[in-house]
Design a protein around this ligand. Structure first.
Ligand code: CAA
Length: 283
C-alpha cells in the first residue's frame, strides 16, 4: 500500500497542521474546505510557518515554496477522488461526519483509505456508515500537529490489519511516533489529559486559586509545557468540552462530568486562541 496523494478534509487548526506535515514529508496534498477561502487562508499560514523554519535554519532555502507547490485547495469533494488517503479533520459531530464519509465512499476510488482525526468519536460507527469499513481507521494528531510527535492509530472493529500497518508506517515516514490504541472514549491521551483540564476548571470553580496560579502550578510543579487553561485555549474550550461530554456519555461515570466553568466558556464563545478570547485574552 503506497501513498502519494493525500487529502486533508477541514482547514481548521488541525487540518492546517496535518496538511503541512504531509506536504513537508513530500506528499501531494489536497486541502478541502466547504469555503475555499478558508483553505486558501490556511495555506498562507502554512507558507509563513514554513518560511519561519527557514529563518530559524531548520529547513533549507526554498523549502517553503516546494511545500506550497504540493498543496492544492478545493471546495469540491470530487477533487479528492483520486487520493490514496483522506485524513478527515472536520467538526466533531457524528451525524455530519457520517454524511461526509458516505459522500467520500461514493466519490473516492475503491482503494482510498479514510482516516479520521476524531479525538473521541467512535471509529466503528464512522466505518459502519461506509461500504468500505475495513479501510476506515483513526489517525489522531495532537495540537500543534507540526510539533507534537505522537499519533494515536485507532483501528475500528472492522479495520483490516493491512490498513493499520500502512498508517503506522506512514506516520513514521512523516517523522511521527505512532502508537496503536484500541477504540475507547478519548483513546489514551485525552482520557488522561482532558479530565486533568476539567479538574483545573473545578479547582477554579471552587475558588481555590486563580487561572494564572493554577497554570503556574502545573508548569512549575508538574513540568507541563503549558498550564491547563493555556492548553484549553490552545485546543479550544468547545473541543475540550466535547471530549469531556463523550467521556461522560460513553462511560456514564460522573467523574467525567464537565465543570460549569468549562460549559460557560463555550456558552460565551470564549473558546480560546481561535476566537481571540478564552481563559486569557489574545487581542
Ligand atoms: N504551529 C506550528 N508550530 C508551532 C506552533 C503552532 N501553533 N506553536 C509552537 N510552534 C513551534 C514553534 O515555532 C517552535 O518551533 P522551533 O522549535 O522550531 O523554534 C516550537 O513549536 C516551540 O514553540 P515555542 O518556543 O514558541 O513555545 P514552547 O516551547 O512553549 O512550545 C508548544 C509550544 C509546543 C505548544 C508547547 O507549549 C507544548 O508542547 N504545549 C502542550 C501542547 C499539548 O499538550 N498538545 C496536545 C493537546 S491535546 C490534543 O491536541 C488532542 C485533542 O484531541 C484535543
Amino acid at each position: 500500500m503506497e501513498f502519494k496523494k493525500v487529502a486533508v478534509l477541514g482547514a481548521g487548526t488541525m487540518g492546517l497542521g496535518i496538511a503541512q506535515v504531509m506536504a513537508q514529508s513530500g506528499y501531494d496534498v489536497v486541502l478541502y474546505e466547504i469555503d475555499k477561502a478558508i483553505a486558501d487562508k490556511a495555506v498562507v499560514k502554512i507558507g509563513k510557518l514554513a518560511a519561519r523554519n527557514i529563518e530559524k535554519g531548520k529547513a533549507p532555502e526554498g523549502s517553503d515554496k516546494i511545500i506550497l507547490s504540493r498543496i492544492k485547495t478545493t471546495a469540491n469533494l470530487q477533487d479528492v477522488a483520486d487520493c490514496d488517503l483522506v485524513i478527515e479533520a472536520i467538526i466533531e459531530n457524528m451525524e455530519i461526519k457520517k454524511k461526509v464519509y458516505q459522500q467520500l465512499d461514493v466519490t473516492c476510488k475503491p482503494e482510498t483509505i479514510l482516516a479520521s482525526n476524531s479525538s473521541s468519536l467512535s471509529l466503528t460507527e464512522i466505518a459502519a456508515a461506509t461500504a468500505r469499513p475495513q479501510q476506515v481507521v483513526g489517525m489522531h494528531f495532537f495540537n500543534p500537529a507540526q510539533v507534537m510527535q505522537l499519533v494515536e492509530v485507532i483501528p475500528a472493529l472492522q479495520t483490516s490489519e493491512e490498513v493499520v500497518q500502512a498508517i503506522m508506517e506512514l506516520c513514521v515516514k512523516t517523522g511521527k511516533k505512532p502508537i496503536r490504541v484500541k477504540e475507547g472514549p478519548g483513546f489514551v491521551v485525552n482520557r488522561i489529559l482532558i479530565p486533568g483540564m476539567n479538574e483545573a476548571a473545578f479547582i477554579l470553580q471552587e475558588g481555590l486559586a486563580t487561572v494564572e496560579d493554577i497554570d503556574t502550578a502545573m508548569k512549575l510543579g508538574a513540568n507541563w509545557p503549558m498550564g491547563p487553561f493555556a492548553l484549553c485555549d490552545l485546543v479550544g474550550a468547545d473541543v475540550t468540552l466535547a471530549i469531556c461530554d463523550t467521556l461522560y456519555n460513553e462511560t456514564g461515570d460522573p467523574k467525567y462530568r464537565a465543570s460549569s466553568v468549562l460549559k460557560n466558556q463555550v456558552r460565551a464563545g470564549y473558546l480560546g486562541k481561535k476566537t481571540g478570547r478564552g481563559f486569557y485574552n489574545y487581542n
